[in-house]
Design a protein around this ligand. Structure first.
Ligand code: SF4
Ligand code: SF4
Length: 175
């Protein structure tokens, strides 16, 4: 003898055939009423980045840790930031001119693709040469563009002279 399966045992499939059609229509109408309600309201979301009332970076907190920047005019090439970075984002190379005995920075790279914005490199910088900005948009078509080079290839930059206090602190650390 043939038997018909009862849909009453299956959640969501209770009732008669026409009853289920009625429930489906009511359900769609309820959903659409919510959608239409939002259609008539001012949008809650905004289109980024071109339709924000002001640039997002201008709304960030003062101490926001964004992409690092470097002021080469105040960098003394003390290497404290390079030593402090736990994942080796910062690469500094310093050479000494044999004739003039002066030191020169030949490389100062920060790999912002690796950077985790922890700020550990910023704290030990004696003159505030390296600091976070409120810049956070780093998307690029090639990951190599995320290495910020502060000394152009083939050039060398004379570091700033350490201030007296910095020299004393460096001496105290060395002793
Ligand atoms: S913010 Fe942190 S991870 Fe980034 S360069 Fe500085 S120490 Fe390294
Ligand atoms: S800690 Fe500051 S002064 Fe020293 S190398 Fe880094 S940026 Fe330059």
């Amino acid at each position: 003898m043939a038997t018909t399966a009862s849909t009453d045992a299956v959640p969501g499939f209770r009732g008669t055939y026409f009853g289920r059609i009625k429930n489906a229509i009511i359900s769609i109408m309820e959903g659409m009423s919510v959608t239409l309600g939002y259609l008539l309201q001012r949008p809650i979301t905004i289109q980024y980045p071109d339709r924000t009332p002001k640039p997002v970076k201008d709304t960030l907190p003062e101490r926001y840790r964004g992409i690092l920047e470097l002021d080469m005019k105040t960098c003394t090439a003390c290497l404290a930031c390079e030593r402090a970075c736990p994942i080796g984002c910062i690469k500094i190379e310093v050479v000494k001119d044999k004739e003039t005995k002066k030191r020169y920075i030949t490389r100062f790279d920060i790999d912002i693709a690796k950077c985790m914005y922890c700020g550990l490199c910023v704290d030990p910088c004696p003159g505030g040469a390296i600091r976070h900005t409120n810049e956070f948009e780093g998307s690029t078509s090639d990951v190599q563009y995320l290495v910020r080079r502060f000394v152009p290839p083939g050039e060398r930059i004379e570091p700033a002279k350490p201030k007296k206090k910095e020299k004393e602190e460096a001496g105290a650390e060395g002793s």
